[in-house]
Design a protein around this ligand. Structure first.
Ligand SMILES: [Zn+2]
Length: 259
């Protein structure tokens, strides 16, 4: 069994029949799928997907790329929504939140304060965080050292150096391994993932984005997490069984899934 720890099923639903997607995921031995929130407009959709499908769990948060949708009262509404949903075992994290400096630093301060608020809310409700990071590892690591998430979480879709990854691991976070490792050219990330502690890794697709090598141009799907696992097994020194069972264990302990 495998768990897709990061899948935007609500966005995939705009392109594909979700019942079929989930059926194929189940056939590919996907046991659970975590669907992150990105802004207030999709919280309802991710919550509903989790209510309707046994294998789907959800998270609520503000993605740093959609700051135009964040205004006065947004954090208060996140706080309220999480307080209302906390008894729902399908709510497994706060996120997707983080830093994205790909387009520059013009809204850096707003991104950082929004992230700090979301870490505070996660800590208050004993939830892990799902973190997004692009062109911002040094900033994010510094921010997390100042504002540590107390219940773990994941740096999703990681690509970067061993040292950056270990900085996150030392903060109690997991490293989200996605389709990037299926590309030969991703040498730095592949060798990082090959050598990190096996206990620190989670599998993900980030569907419908981040197509695997050979599947560019089509929407990515949760069933592909099985192929991310196959690539990971080829990179690692441990045997197939050890990698598979440890990765399952890692997801379960991060998101407090029950057996
Ligand atoms: Zn995402």
């Amino acid at each position: 069994m495998v768990i897709d720890s990061h899948c935007h099923l609500d966005l995939l639903a705009e392109k594909k029949d979700i019942n079929q997607v989930l059926l194929e995921a189940a056939e590919a031995q996907v046991a659970a799928i975590v669907v992150p929130g990105i802004n207030e407009q999709n919280w309802m959709a991710v919550n509903q997907l989790a209510n309707e499908h046994a294998m789907v769990s959800f998270a609520l948060g503000f993605h740093p790329m959609f700051l135009d949708k964040v205004g006065a009262g947004s954090i208060g509404r996140l706080e309220q929504r999480i307080a209302e949903s906390i008894s729902n075992s399908k709510l497994v994290a706060v996120g997707e939140c983080g830093l994205d400096l790909y387009q520059g630093r013009e809204n850096e301060r707003q991104q950082k304060s929004l992230l700090i608020e979301q870490i505070r809310i996660a800590n208050q409700h004993q939830l892990p965080v799902i973190l997004h990071c692009r062109k911002a590892h040094q900033d994010l690591i510094a921010l997390l050292k100042q504002n540590p998430p107390l219940n773990g979480g994941v740096i999703h879709g990681f690509s970067g150096s061993y040292q950056q990854a270990m900085d996150y691991v030392n903060l109690g976070l997991k490293i989200g391994v996605g389709g990037v490792i299926t590309y030969q050219r991703a040498q730095k990330t592949r060798s990082t993932i090959a050598t990190l502690p096996l206990e620190s890794l989670l599998l993900e697709t980030d569907a419908p984005d981040m197509p695997l090598c050979g599947y560019q141009g089509r929407p990515n799907e949760p069933k592909m997490v099985k192929m991310v696992l196959s690539s990971l097994i080829m990179l690692r020194s441990e045997n197939k069984q050890t990698v598979t069972s440890q990765l399952l264990k890692n997801s379960k302990s991060t998101f407090k899934f029950c057996d």
